[in-house]
Design a protein around this ligand. Structure first.
Ligand SMILES: [Zn+2]
Ligand SMILES: [Zn+2]
Length: 304
């Protein structure tokens, strides 16, 4: 097993340098973004410029990872991604230099799908580049990419939906125990096409037990729980993760990071005021970042 980058470092509690303290944002670090090498709409340089304009002090590129070939969406970007991943990594490494000149810390990350039983594939991808950190994402159950279309969800009854949610949290716990990841991405993505059913499910004891187990696995793996504004741009129109999960995470002492999951130049730091208010409402006063493999804490600014 590979250790997740940054997971084993102590928390020095100091502001990463340079510039984090001078950001006008309540959250100066956005650790989740994509480019046109997958299904984003802007290149690496354009996303970097957008992050600078947004006032971010720390910007993490976390392009999607190639998946094992048997896991495909009906419409996919894998071919471009596999071919251009070396360009992605080289460009982000160059932007680190430019970032230094401009006072913005640029991080090279990856959003890697966890497929139970295919840890070998993940390990190989992680070894290929000097990543600062790895975001673990769940978007598939078996060969079904469950976040592709609401059409797939229309005919699922409550029992079937509840089974999908339960499996999602079992997979999340297994993902954390694999030791491959640093951050758990959008940790209730499974709700996007059925937020009402998901809310009902979260109201059950069985659901809370599974969520608790997954959150405990995040903490025990030294990982971070991502609080993401992506859900505000999706049909569920909710921040990830939902309030009952945030409440439990806080109670269990699970550390958090923030991400916009930006796919275009308008979305770095998207709705970060709302994220700051949301996290503070559950008692969070700091988030974590990973700079050069080391974790450190940043205060979450107050937003009126
Ligand atoms: Zn994702
Ligand atoms: Zn993403």
């Amino acid at each position: 097993m590979t250790s997740p980058p940054g997971a084993s470092s102590p928390l020095p509690g100091a502001l990463p340098s340079p510039g984090a303290g001078s950001s006008p944002l309540p959250i100066p670090a956005d650790l989740h973004s994509h480019t046109s090498y997958s299904h984003g709409q802007a290149g690496t340089r354009e996303m970097f410029e957008a992050a600078c304009r947004a006032g971010l002090a720390i910007f993490g590129f976390t392009e999607h990872s190639p998946r094992p070939p048997e896991f495909l969406y009906p419409r996919d970007y894998q071919e471009t991604l596999v071919r251009r991943l070396p360009d992605y990594a080289a460009e982000v490494l160059e932007l680190k230099e430019l970032g230094r000149e401009r006072g913005v810390t640029v991080l090279l990350g990856l959003e890697l799908d966890y497929f139970p039983g295919r840890e070998d594939f993940a390990e190989e991808v992680i070894r290929a580049y000097p990543f600062d950190y790895i975001i673990g994402g769940l978007h598939f159950q078996g060969r079904w990419g469950f976040d592709f279309t609401p059409d797939d969800w229309k005919d699922l009854g409550e029992e079937e939906r509840f089974a999908v949610y339960a499996r999602y949290y079992r997979d999340l716990a297994a993902m954390c125990r694999s030791g491959l990841f640093t951050i758990a991405a959008h940790p209730d993505l499974v709700k996007i096409f059925s937020p009402d059913s998901f809310r009902d499910w979260l109201g059950t004891e069985k659901a809370l037990a599974l969520v608790r187990e997954a959150l405990t696995a995040i903490r025990e793996a030294g990982m971070l729980l991502e609080v993401s504004s992506a859900g505000l741009r999706r049909s569920c129109n909710e921040i990830h993760p939902a309030p009952p999960i945030m409440r439990l995470a806080r109670e269990l002492g699970v550390p958090i990071s923030f991400g916009s999951d930006a796919h275009c130049a308008n979305t770095p730091a998207f709705a970060f005021d709302a994220l700051a208010r949301y996290a503070r409402a559950f008692g969070y006063e700091q988030s974590e970042v990973i700079v050069q493999g080391k974790r450190s804490s940043l205060p979450i600014g107050a937003v009126p």
